[in-house]
Structure formats: C-alpha cells, structure tokens
Ligand binder design. Structure first.
Ligand SMILES: Cc1ncc(COP(=O)(O)O)c(C=O)c1O
Length: 431
C-alpha cells in the first residue's frame, strides 16, 4: 500500500500545483464523520469536504438511492432524454425555498456554475447588466464567479481582466470595524458615484460568508438590501452554496432573517458528496431565459439527483435542522469556555451548526494570527482531526462537521482543537 508521502510525491509530479492541498492526508475510506487515510490512520472529519457532507460520508440512505439509480441508468443528458428524478428534485427544492410565490429550478454541477447561472437569469429578466457583490465574498473560481469573488489572493491574482459590470461593496463586519450602516452607506455611495440603480440586475450576497470567514450578515442588513432591491427593481441573489441545506438550522440561512430572495444558488451538501448544484428562483424570473439558454451536458446528473432527493429525506427524517441548532449550541458553548482561558481566541460566532473562532495576537483585533491558525490546523491533523481555516485574514477556524456526527465525536474533535491551541499557546508563551 502507498504511503501519504509517496502519493504526495506522485501528486506533486502529476497534478497542477494551483490545485492546493490543505492536508497531506490521502483518503482511503470514510464513514459518516470519520475518515481513514491510506496508512490506516483514523481522522474525525470537521471539514466535510468543505461543507459538502452535512449528512456525513456515505449516508446509507444516499448510498442506497444512488445504487438503485445506477442499476437503471447513469446518464442520458436531461436535454436529450429527461428523467423523473430531476423533476422530482426541482419540485422538492421549489417547495423548500422561502416565499409563497411560484418557483422553478435549474440543476447544474458546481457552486460556481449555479452562481453564474443565477447572474445570467437575473440579467435576462431585468435586461440590466451590473451586479453588486461583497468584499470578502467567495462565489467560485470560474471567471464570472471569480469576478464576483471579493478576494485577490490566492483566487484572482494573475487571472485578469475580470468580467465587467461587477461592483464590490464592504460586507458588514463589526469585528473588523465595518458596521451595517457603513456597508449600506457604501451601497448608497456606489449608486451616487459609479452606477445608476437602473443598471443593477442583481445584488449577490452570502447570508453567512463561508471562505470569507463565517461572518453572519445581520438580519436588518439583509432586510435593508431587500428594501433597496424592491425600490429599484433589482433582484436579490442568496449564495447558499456553503450555508444552505440545513447547515445553519434552516434549509437556507437567509430564512433566519425572514428575507425572501428572488434567486438562490446552492450546491455542496445538496447531494451528500455527489456533484450537483441548483438555482432556485421566482418562476417568471427563471423563465426569462428561452429554451437552450441554460443547462449543460452533465447538469442534474441522475445519480446526483437521486442522492439529493435522499439527502432531503434524511434532513427531514433525522430532524437535521434541529440537530444543526443543537450542535451549533454545543460547539459555541465549548468555544466560549476556551475563549475565557485562551487569549488568542478573539471571537466566537456562527449561525446554527456553522460555527467559527477567530484568532489574534495579543488579544489585539488589529493583529489577525494566520500563523497560529495554520499551526492549529496542522497540529489537529497530527492528532487525528481534519480541520479547515478560512477568512480574509486567514485567521478563522471553522467547523463543518457532519450534522449526523454524534455528540461524542463532536466533543472528541473539540478536545483536539483545545489541546492543539493549548500546546501552541504554551509554545508562544515559552518563546
Ligand atoms: C458561498 C460559495 N459560493 C460558491 C462556491 C463555489 O462552489 P464550487 O467550488 O462548487 O464551484 C463556494 C465554494 O466554496 C462557496 O462557498
């Protein structure tokens, strides 16, 4: 059997370095919240393949649905010979998305593709061009999605020119000195200085920024964006690629604010590990695009649709919305206790089961500690925990453990985080 080191040497020789690796842990098999590497070492998985596994690795319900579909057919291309699971999933998502209006759904493969299609649909419906997005936001790596993404390194550097008609404003982030009022004022300034509101097709926002650092958009801010959109004929797009599908204790995080978006882009945990993404939107908006304007060869692959329908069943039957809230409360409470003891933890925040801590030097919020964050992620891996960082300053540790993990597994992972922080803080003090 190959070792992680051998495989990493082969990977370095054969795979483009632009595809970054957070861990040098080559997966051999995985089950719910556990993963074993090729050397037989067991890990708890607090990353869930970057928020893809709210229902865990290989949920038996999802596996059975995919196996059953695999025995019938695996691909026809929905444009060529449509199939019922695509339609059934669209019906389910239309019913689950917030708002009582009629909705329609488009299925694609990735989060970036969902975001791009939401923008295409918004432009076709409004017959306008401009899109407003937020600093620190992440919407994907394809060029239009990258244009919307609000972070240069490592995503945008060297890939210009970026697509036109995209305008960034600050995301409200009280911890880093940007109030809701500041962010709204920036929008009002934008339409005074750069962009007439009648040119804006859509505003796109993550209700909880994912890669940007798990910053939660305040409900009043989302409500103010909705009011702005309503008064100027602008569409509101919620990017729920990371925050959707039960992660925050609601099917979609924007539901916490009671704001109804016109379009939702979602992906990741939608299909429990199979590549699938969706745009769910107002029926008349979605139908602004004529036949042939949307879709793709693999979009809404039948295996992925079968998986997603099973994921939605699991969310319902295993009461994962409530589980997300309980899990979030458990993790938050534990982090708060750690923060009382450990000076490096400058903030504990989240929404439901989407929880993070932010690390600083010397308790000083002007000094984000990306080095310590990186060291904690590495130390945790040594002790058998797969962990992810995030944040515009690279100093946030986020928890995306499957919602199906047991309390014991969650506690085991939190113990490792605490031990790692303790060990590294001790080293800091000794230095
Ligand atoms: C909020 C958000 N939008 C879009 C994307 C892009 O999704 P994908 O990597 O599936 O293209 C991501 C991925 O992390 C995301 O978190």
């Amino acid at each position: 059997m190959s070792s992680n080191a051998e495989l990493m040497a082969r990977r370095k020789a054969a795979v483009a370095q632009g595809v970054g690796n957070i861990h040098g842990v080559f997966a051999d098999r995985a089950e719910n919240a556990e993963l074993w590497d090729v050397e037989g070492k067991r890990y708890l998985d607090f990353a869930g393949g970057i928020g893809v596994l709210n229902t865990g690795h290989r949920h038996p319900r999802v596996m059975a649905a995919v196996e059953a579909q695999m025995k019938r057919f695996t691909h026809t291309c929905f444009h060529v010979a449509p199939y019922e699971p695509y339609v059934a999933l669209a019906e389910r998502l239309n019913a689950l998305a917030p708002g009582n209006h009629d909705k329609k759904t488009l299925l694609v493969n990735t989060g970036a593709e969902a975001v791009e299609n939401a923008v295409k649909v918004a432009r076709a419906y409004t017959k306008r061009t401009a899109v407003v997005a937020f600093a620190g936001g992440f919407h994907g790596r394809t060029l239009l999605a990258l244009g919307l993404t609000g972070k240069v390194d490592p995503y945008k550097r060297g890939f210009g020119p970026m697509p036109g008609e995209i305008f960034h404003i600050p995301f409200p982030n009280a911890l880093h000195g940007i109030s809701e009022e500041d962010a709204l004022e920036a929008l009002h300034q934008l339409v005074k200085t750069d962009l007439e509101p009648e040119r804006i097709a859509a505003i796109i926002i993550e209700p909880v920024q994912g890669e940007g650092g798990f910053y939660v958009a305040p409900p009043a801010f989302l409500q103010a964006l909705r009011a702005f959109c309503d008064s100027h004929g602008v569409l509101l797009i919620a990017d729920e690629v990371q925050s959707g599908n039960a992660r925050t204790g609601k099917m979609f995080a924007i539901e916490h604010s009671n704001v109804v978006p016109d379009l939702i882009a979602t992906a990741k945990s939608l299909a429990g590990g199979f590549p699938l993404a969706a745009v769910i939107g107002r029926a008349e908006v979605m139908d602004a695009v004529g036949p042939g304007g949307l879709g793709g060869t693999y979009g809404g692959n039948p295996l992925a649709c079968a998986a997603a329908i099973a994921v939605l069943d699991v969310i319902e039957e295993e009461n994962l919305l409530q589980r997300s809230l309980d899990l979030g409360a458990r993790v938050t409470e534990r982090f708060r206790r750690m923060a009382q003891r450990l000076a490096c933890i400058g903030d504990v925040r989240g929404l439901g089961g989407m929880v993070a801590i932010e690390l600083f030097k010397d308790k000083d919020r002007r000094q984000p500690d990306a080095e310590l964050t990186k060291a904690v992620v590495a130390k945790a891996a040594e002790q058998g925990l797969i962990l992810l960082s995030c944040g515009i300053y690279g100093n946030v540790i986020r928890v995306l453990v499957p919602l199906t993990a047991s309390d014991e597994e969650v506690d085991e992972g939190l113990d490792i985080i605490e031990r790692s922080l303790d060990a590294l803080a001790d080293m800091d003090n000794a230095a």
